[in-house]
Design a protein around this ligand. Sequence first.
Ligand code: SF4
Length: 338
Amino acid sequence: MSISDSERVATVLESSGYKKTNNINEAGLAVVVMCSVRQSAVDRVIGLGQKIKKLKVKNPALKSTLTGCILKKDKKMLEERFDSVLEISDFFAAWQKSHCNYLEIKPKYNSKNSAFVPIMTGCNNFCSYCVVPYTRGREISRPSKKIISEIKKLIKNGYKEIWLLGQNVNSYSNVLENNGIVNFPKLLKMVDDIPGNFKLNFLTSHPKDFSDELIKTMAKCKKLSKRLNLPIQSGDDKILKKMNRPYTISQYKNLVKKIRKTIPDISISTDVIVGFPGETKKQFENTVKAFKEIGFDMAFVNKYSPRLGTAAEKMKDNVSWTEKKRREKVLIELVNKK
Ligand code: SF4
């Protein structure tokens, strides 16, 4: 999503007369598009703010703006490091002097081959460790007509890969003028039916919104890639509950079974957090067990770190960093073995 936001930021600035430079020493304006999901990402932005401040000593005309996913609680601290700090929709409102839905800005895509197309933004799920519902707000789906028209143009212009993006793509829902509803499976089929030679992908989906209709549609789609990312986050029911992830590990395993039965050659990757507050060695072993049973093709393993403003921040972060690193290594080795 940050890449897609950056493409829109660059497009708006270029239409206001700015030119891109790869050399920050030449820049008159530095715009940083941040992601707030992990504390480490926020720390990197703080470092970048300090670097820009040093550059301003040599070049006092240099201005800096921070935008993207910004948590209200972080704003004051970030304002000390950047000349202006604007949430993503405020950034576009300021530069375009209007409050249109910024997802409708036609970006200049970074690549000539592969394009990220946001279909929705925001999230209603409030996983206890995540800031997205606070930074991006509630879910908003783009009108299906606009998505289809954008993709048709991309295909006509020779794009070979389309990524449908959103924090929770499978809860996509757009009400049509005639009161019909386009849900995610319907949208996927509509995109897949666009004539042309291209590959289709989507990111990211929530297991609780993964319907039978979606699985059947995926099996029918001819252009959809056979790769799926399905975040498990933990293999222990109690930890899933503390994470506010409304499924059990047995429901997750049944879902994977159903997907593999309907689409036998699918490759499944996952996201998982190790060392969540209170995660005991036994609970971590349940995650190891789930990994062994499911046999993921790839996994993005994240060591838990508290994120300001989330429900989990109030929980005691009682798993040591060394133990988190050990747990991370165990899961990575398991996936690598496969
Ligand atoms: S579903 Fe994803 S984006 Fe939404 S709160 Fe959970 S982790 Fe964050």
